[in-house]
Design a binder for this molecule. Sequence first.
Ligand code: FAD
Length: 281
Amino acid sequence: MKDLLIVGSGPAGISAALTAAARGLDFLWFGSRALSPKIAQAPEIANYPGLCRVQGRDFQKILQDQIDAMGLSLREERIDFLYAMGSHFTACVNETMYDARAVILAVGVSTAGAVPGELDYIGQGVSYCATCDGALYRGKTIAIVSTNPEFEEEVEFLLRLAGKAYVSRSYPAPDVPNAEGMADFPKGIRRENGKLQIAYADGERTVDGIFFLKDSVSPAVLMPGLAMDGAHIAVNRDLETNLPGCFAAGDCTGRPYQYAKAVGEGNVAVHTALRWLKENQ
Ligand code: FAD
């Protein structure tokens, strides 16, 4: 059993990992070696102390070097679900489970937002996890929405299983015989006669299931029971959520969406977690 799980490798997660390591916590850190698309894509950063007009790609490299120099271990895995078990938390990654006494969610905020109807059909045709749910759609018709080339392996996995797939990608990729590349992203989802209808600009398609592969799903989907305040995780000033032992930091707790705020909250969340771990031994 670990002390802590940190989910997310953007500025908030990096700050949390650096602080957790400095304080000697036994923790697991999940994210991507690319860190966060919101770091690499920044054209020029001028409002972060110590950086003067630095391009996002250069900031990414500085952070990667710092992670390596500090010997931090980043697990390149996406957490599918997190469960509050009462005495501890369990994170699920495909078929592997990780347990820890406390959790820091630094998962960012999805700027794409949910498609109308998406949240109404979670678990009833809408899925965020190809590995978890792909087998349910063997030979069936599905829609896939992928917002990052990092998900291409999951897209290919789904295309091997599906009979037919409508695929919306935010990046170029070759189609395969059973896949129809869509020119746009879905506009809405509804159910009719037990089947999902997914609307595109040129009309609706009937599908059995829809897979949204995106950098950040709603934290309430990731962690059942987590209280939200609109699109953000509800936290107090110490970054405690409604679930004892679960803390949140960065864009996922609300505006302003900025590096300085994310980094500060990553640090505060670890200090609150340290206090909580001590009080709940
Ligand atoms: P994010 O950076 O979004 O990181 C969240 C991380 O969590 C991601 O890596 C994601 O993949 C990971 N994650 C999510 N779910 C899971 C899961 N289930 N399992 C594992 N990992 C998961 N701010 C400024 O202050 N100055 C700027 O100049 C600036 N320029 C910007 C330019 C652009 C183009 C954009 C998009 C944003 C810019 N921002 C800027 C805002 C800034 O990027 C964000 O405020 C900041 O990145 C938030 O950090 P975060 O760690 O909270 O979230």
